[in-house]
Write a protein that binds this ligand. Structure first.
Ligand code: MG
Length: 388
């Protein structure tokens, strides 16, 4: 494989740091050209020096000045603000852009990369949830590949390699999160610390809460709809608590293919960065003889209404998934600030959706406006239901 030049948008987050671990394992295969972060100037500067990066962007003005000082004696060019990413996408020579920011803020940098024809390794699922039609159209128009990094979508993508059969169904697996066996009564008393204790994966805070409400699976169902052009009825969520199967595809001859490994995000990250090559990785191997159980069950939509909300919202379509995503982000951050009870997260989303005006074919301005209005409405409900 020829050495690939990569850009990592959101390099100080969980996915960004694991992507750099992949690079550290294969310095002969990857050269990091650009790193970006919001506010973590010290870590970004350290990463830039360690990986001999040419350019970094900080979205926050204060963090920019801090990074500029830290990198004053180096050759690293330091830029500020979100618009800098757009400019760099135009001028930089990179093979793959890893989009690993958290939340809706990942949308515009992702679109910028696609508009300039870069292959995007997409970890930022919120951009597809909020603007799936726009993102996929931009990718097609500029012949820019979208390579999934989310473990489920990477699993599906891997299962589809070299297949010529017709797809019948996607089976999206879910660990079930920390509250899989909680009763409806127990669901009312969930603390922040409990919700942050995910049984299988070690991830950022926002996605960990999404896993606890199972909204993460709802967002991933929408993501799968856009990435693989499958109707929502043909995407089934299957709870698989061991998290060994990362998702499956079913063909029209009845065959099901699954991708398995120990849960480790470096596999899907590396697969997207090196695609279609599959370099080695030093992670623990599966030991089937030691596996005690391998189980599957249906998600409980009563206790986890976010899944139903996601299916209903995708069926309505237009800008409504964008409103749903914005309301969810606000509700999750409020829960993490301990200002909203866990059980109210779906209630905030439901209220915001009922107050949102549907736009059938939203352009970027509509999406930005929808996101903005949904956040204001969500904050009103969060204020009403404030825990104190
Ligand atoms: Mg996932």
């Amino acid at each position: 494989m020829k050495k690939r030049k990569i850009a990592i948008l959101g390099s100080t987050g969980s996915i960004g740091r694991q992507a750099l671990e992949v690079v550290a394992e294969h310095p002969d295969l990857f050269q990091v050209e650009l790193l970006t972060a919001n506010t973590s100037a010290a870590l970004l500067a350290e990463q830039a020096l360690r990986f001999d990066v040419n350019q970094v962007v900080l979205h926050d003005e204060r963090a920019y000045r801090q990074a500029k000082d830290l990198l004053a004696d180096s050759m690293v060019k330091v830029y500020a603000g979100t618009t800098a990413v757009e400019g760099l996408m135009e001028t930089m020579d990179v093979d793959v852009v890893l989009s690993a920011q958290v939340g809706f803020s990942g949308l515009e940098p992702t679109l910028a990369a696609l508009r300039h024809g870069k292959a995007v390794a997409l970890s930022n699922k919120e951009s597809l949830v909020a603007a799936g039609s726009l993102v996929m159209r931009t990718a097609r128009e500029h012949q820019a590949p979208v390579l999934p990094v989310d473990s489920e979508h990477s699993a599906i993508f891997q299962c589809l390699q070299g297949q010529r059969g017709s797809l019948e169904k996607l089976l999206l697996t879910a660990s079930g999160g920390p509250f899989l066996h909680h009763t409806a009564e127990q669901m009312k008393q969930i603390s922040k610390a409990e919700a942050l204790r995910h049984p299988r994966w070690n991830m950022g805070e926002k996605i960990t809460i999404d896993c606890a409400t199972l909204m993460n699976k709802g967002l991933e169902m929408i993501e799968a709809h856009w990435l693989f052009d499958m109707a929502p009825e043909a995407i089934q969520i299957v709870v698989h608590p061991q998290s060994i199967i990362h998702s499956m595809v079913q063909f029209t001859d009845g065959t099901v293919l699954a991708q398995m490994s120990n849960p480790d995000m470096r596999i899907p990250i590396q697969y997207a960065l090196a695609y279609p090559e599959r370099p080695s990785l030093s992670i623990p191997r599966l030991d089937f003889a030691a596996m005690k159980e391998f189980t599957f069950l249906e998600p409980d939509l009563e206790r986890f209404p976010c899944i139903r909300l996601a299916y209903d919202t995708l069926a309505l379509g237009g800008n409504l998934p964008c409103a749903m995503n914005a309301a969810n982000e606000e509700a999750v951050w409020a829960f993490l600030r301990e200002e909203l009870p866990f059980s109210r997260i779906p209630a905030v989303i439901e209220q915001v959706l009922s107050e949102s005006v549907r736009i059938a074919e939203p352009v970027l301005e509509d999406i930005i406006q929808t996101d903005h209005l949904a956040r204001i409405k969500a904050q009103e409900w969060i204020y009403k239901w404030k825990t104190n």
